[in-house]
Design a protein around this ligand. Structure first.
Ligand SMILES: Cc1cc2nc3c(=O)[nH]c(=O)nc-3n(C[C@H](O)[C@H](O)[C@H](O)COP(=O)(O)OP(=O)(O)OC[C@H]3O[C@@H](n4cnc5c(N)ncnc54)[C@H](O)[C@@H]3O)c2cc1C
Length: 451
């Protein structure tokens, strides 16, 4: 397929590049190694109006140790991690990771920063960066900020980067003495994307007791997953076979959060899915249905895509949890947006005008908004042959709830209503998003071997 038409600019400074990104309001894309972006353009999975090629900006190609850590510049290629002496000696997990990415041709071109900025759950560096406790240095129109790797990945191909920000550097704290790490990747054949992979970085004291542990997983969910429980379990324990086996069980439980052993992601248009019905193990839609004119009808279109026995996960605005924001919105509108009282997100973004503006547009000025209760969405489930499993405040999806797909216990309606009233306080920060999980009725079909 031929890409959609686009303009091409090759600025010679970071400021110029950021200005071009800002002018195009989310329609421009940075081009670094092009190893992910160009295939996406060819498949028309991305159709930016402008490509901002950062390869001619000087001073961004380095892998060097200074100020108590390793710094990887925006234009450092994967291959440079393979040949760097300091990486081999002090950060071997980075060498381990880089050498299992694709083939030498790709590794000579692809950048390490592009690998993380892309937000692909199948990419290898994100889990490694989480295990190492790395941060991403990001520059935008209002200056530079540093985002911890564990907070960077927000969803499928979605990161904490604003559309006019560039990852200029990855900063990794130097591991203390007696540290080590490894990246283990399960792949169908050499050079493939991971079926699944694990990154582990540990520090031991002189008695072989673990004093720091970072464990993270690749391609077992829509983002890299930090196996928080496994890391915490290893702390303050001598590393023996029993401890390692138990930590591995905890990491496997984190991987199993989505109950998937093979992950293929397909994105689609809600109004015209164009996909075969009854084909998907999991159908996921978060923060979308409540902005469509008829959320119930949109839900029905999505529900048809799930296999019998398949899971349906929807994130929606909750009618109760949304009350604080509606009050703030009424005050804001009455005062011509001079007062947006007690909005924690606006407060956090006080030095980031663009991101404040984005939140204001999404939460205060969106032309289409619906709000729902658990009971109402249970009605949608019933009408579409979907069995109710449970409802969550959305914040819980980010931790490691083992019970994500476990049917709700007592199922008391009064308790359900009370919980939603409680979400008014806990979900204020997130704009009132809650998650409902259901299972398409019918026995799962027996999978036939691929023909
Ligand atoms: C055949 C093949 C096999 C592959 N196998 C693997 C594999 O096994 N494991 C693996 O991890 N990856 C694999 N990849 C993917 C590839 O290695 C990475 O995604 C690549 O490293 C991305 O970096 P890039 O410099 O090429 O980014 P680009 O393709 O130029 O950009 C990717 C995305 O990131 C954005 N971006 C790039 N740089 C920045 C920046 N500095 N700041 C902000 N945004 C930025 C772009 O706008 C774009 O959206 C494979 C790719 C190919 C073609």
């Amino acid at each position: 397929m031929i890409p959609s038409p686009f303009d091409y600019v090759a600025p010679s400074t970071l400021d110029e590049a950021i200005a071009v990104l800002g002018e195009h309001d989310g329609e421009a894309k940075i081009l670094s190694g092009g190893q992910s972006l160009i295939p996406m353009l060819k498949l028309r999975l991305a159709a930016p109006t402008v490509l901002v090629d950062i390869n001619r900006i000087p001073g961004l190609n380095y892998v060097e140790e200074r100020d108590g850590g390793l710094h990887i510049g925006a234009l450092a290629r994967e291959h440079e991690l393979e040949v760097s002496a300091v990486v081999r000696e002090k950060y071997p997990i980075l060498y381990d990771t880089a050498r299992v990415i694709a083939d030498p041709l790709v590794r000579n071109t692809a950048t390490v920063c592009g690998n993380v900025a892309h937000g692909d759950p199948g990419n290898d560096h994100p889990a490694t960066m989480i295990a190492l406790g790395a941060s991403f240095v990001v520059r935008g129109p209002n200056g530079t900020r540093s985002i911890p790797a564990r907070d960077f990945f927000q969803g499928l191909f979605t990161t904490a980067l604003a559309s006019d920000e560039i990852v200029t550097e990855i900063a990794i704290p130097a591991p203390p003495p007696r540290s080590g790490g490894a990246y283990l990747k399960l792949e169908r054949k050499v050079g493939d994307f991971a079926t699944a992979a694990v990154a582990v970085q540990l520090t031991l004291n002189a008695q072989n007791v673990c004093t720091r542990a970072g464990v993270a997983l690749t391609n077992v969910g829509s983002t890299p997953i930090e196996a928080v429980d496994a890391g915490a379990f290893l702390l303050n324990k001598p590393l023996d076979d029993g401890t390692i086996a138990q930590a591995a069980q905890l990491a496997a439980a984190a991987a199993d959060r989505f109950r998937l052993d093979r992950v293929r992601f397909v994105e689609t248009d809600l109004h015209s899915p164009g996909l075969r019905g009854r084909a998907f193990d999991v159908v996921y839609s978060s923060g979308v249905l409540h902005h469509t004119p008829d959320p119930r009808a949109s839900f029905a279109r999505l529900a048809r895509l799930a296999k019998p026995g398949g899971m349906i996960i929807v994130g929606l605005y909750n009618a109760f949890a949304r009350i604080p924001l509606r009050i703030r919105r009424a005050v804001a509108k009455l005062t011509g947006f001079r007062f947006t009282l007690f909005d924690p997100v606006l407060r956090d973004r006080r030095n980031e005008p663009e991101r404040r503006e984005a939140w204001l547009r999404d939460q205060y000025q969106h032309p289409e908004e619906h709000r729902h209760t658990v009971a109402e969405v249970r009605g949608w489930f019933e009408g579409n042959d979907v069995e109710y499993v449970r409802a969550f405040p959305s914040a819980m999806l980010a931790s490691e709830p083992d019970e994500l797909f476990t049917p709700a216990g007592d199922d008391w309606r009064a308790e359900e209503w009370l919980a939603q009233v409680g979400w008014m306080r806990t979900l204020g920060h997130e704009g009132g998003l809650f998650v409902m999980i259901g299972r398409r009725r019918g026995a799962p079909e027996v999978e036939l071997a691929a023909s």
